[in-house]
Structure formats: structure tokens, C-alpha cells
Write a protein that binds this ligand. Structure first.
Ligand code: MN
Length: 251
């Protein structure tokens, strides 16, 4: 059942979004996509059991423990959605502009599946903008016929909290550094396999590389303008930085 609803809602000959499939393996990455559809919202996604468990958060996540953000659970998305950034054409489901607002890894603070079923999912994020402990708590609805899809996303008090957190000051993609307006105005970004991949930020490659059935090719041009795989020409500097990254992750 995992991705049926996702597929039913979309026409893949029109939208640049990935068709996707169930993934093997159980990595634990998270992504937050800023999505200007009919209403601006943020999509909060946790990789679990081969899909991205997804919540639409109208006001976006916050690092202020005083903010309780409504989070509507939506259909599971394919893992290959992880680095989707671009434009969903008019008249398609979710039409509008999508930015990769944050990404990283997450750690469940307990048994992930059990906490999800219970409606009390506690976890820690290791992202570029979002860090520290959070909880997603399912609201007990008094409305008859409620689908039970309303949750609250709340920051726990810890060293990563920011009481004055203002999400509007962080209008940039962690993948390409572009603002939502810049993405909206960039025709090329609508194409999944477009050359935008060359602009993936250094250091973000490892998150993007292992995801999805349509792997972006991290190509760049050499001095003569020929396309080369960045993986084939690791400079000393890059090697050094990947060593640093590993030790940071191990910490
Ligand atoms: Mn959305």
C-alpha cells in the first residue's frame, strides 16, 4: 500500500516529480521541502521502511520549543523524492515550487515503528538548519470522522533550541542555495536530470548520492568544457574534507 496514494495523485508524464518505488535498506535521512503550492507550507519527511513518511506543516518546523506546529500527515513519498527541487506544473497535484529547505539524518529515540503507531514519535535531527530533539505527537481529535492525520511538531528544550527562531530568514535551499523565487524563475530546475545537479553544494553529495532510482549525476565541466564526474577527480582538498566529514559523523 505504501506508495499507491502517491502514484494515484500524480501524472508522471507531466510532473517532474519522481515516480519512485519502494526502497530496500533502512537509512535514516530526513528532508524538509518548502513548497509554494496553493498555500505555502513545508513538507517534513522522515525516511522509514523504504519510504518517506510525510507531514505537511503549514507554518514550517521551528527551533522554538514554545511553537507547536500543526503537521498534517500526508501520503508516503518515494525515497527518490528526497532531493526533489523544482516546479510542479500547473494543473498537477501540488502544482508550485519546491525547495530542499533542509536535510540530514534522524535518530529515533526509541522504536521508530512503535512510536509512529502510538502517535508519539520522538527523534533527534542532524541537519543544516534543524538540530536537536523533536516530537511529533498525534492529536486526539474530538471530531467524529476525523482521519487522525493531525499531529503537532514540537522542538524539545536542548542546546539546539532557538527561542527567537524565524523561519522566513532561512529562505534558501541547502542543495543549491537558491531562494524560492530563484527556483521559481529557473526554467531548468523543472527537469530532474538537468544540469542543476552540477550545482549541488559540496558536502551535500553523500546525502543525495545514495537515494532514489534516478540518481543525479554529479557532473561538472573541466577546463575544456567537457563533462566529468566529480567522483573521478577528487582533489587533495576534497579528500581531506571527506575525511573531516567522516570523523564529524562518527562523533
Ligand atoms: Mn507539499
Amino acid at each position: 500500500m505504501a506508495l499507491e496514494e502517491y502514484k494515484k495523485k500524480r501524472r508522471f508524464n507531466e510532473t517532474p516529480e519522481p515516480e519512485g518505488k519502494l526502497e530496500r535498506g533502512d537509512q535514516r535521512r530526513f528532508v524538509v521541502q518548502k513548497h509554494r503550492a496553493s498555500h505555502l507550507h513545508y513538507d517534513f519527511r522522515l525516511e522509514m521502511d523504504g519510504v518517506l513518511k510525510s507531514w505537511a506543516v503549514p507554518k514550517g518546523p521551528s527551533l522554538n520549543p514554545g511553537d507547536k506546529r500543526l503537521a498534517m500527515q500526508v501520503e508516503d513519498h518515494p525515497v527518490s523524492y528526497f532531493h526533489f527541487e523544482g516546479k510542479i506544473p500547473e494543473d498537477n497535484y501540488g502544482a508550485g515550487t519546491v525547495m530542499v529547505w533542509d536535510m540530514g539524518t534522524w535518530e529515533p529515540l526509541g522504536d521508530a515503528r512503535e512510536m509512529l503507531n502510538k502517535g508519539d514519535l520522538k527523534f533527534r535531527l542532524h541537519g543544516e538548519k534543524l538540530n536537536g530533539e523533536f516530537v511529533l505527537a498525534r492529536m486526539r481529535s474530538r471530531r467524529p470522522g476525523s482521519k487522525g492525520t493531525e499531529w503537532l511538531l514540537i522542538k524539545k528544550k536542548d542546546e539546539a533550541m532557538q527561542p527567537g527562531f524565524d523561519i522566513d530568514k532561512l529562505d534558501y535551499s541547502v542543495l543549491t542555495q537558491r531562494s524560492l523565487k530563484e527556483i521559481a524563475g529557473d526554467e531548468g530546475s523543472a527537469e530532474w536530470e538537468s544540469n542543476r545537479k552540477a550545482r549541488v553544494k559540496r558536502g551535500a553529495e553523500w546525502l543525495v548520492k545514495s537515494s532514489g532510482d534516478r540518481k543525479p549525476k554529479l557532473t561538472t565541466k573541466d577546463t575544456k568544457g567537457h563533462k566529468v564526474q566529480t567522483g573521478d577527480r577528487k582533489t587533495q582538498e576534497q579528500k581531506k574534507s571527506s575525511v573531516k566529514k567522516k570523523s564529524r559523523r562518527a562523533a
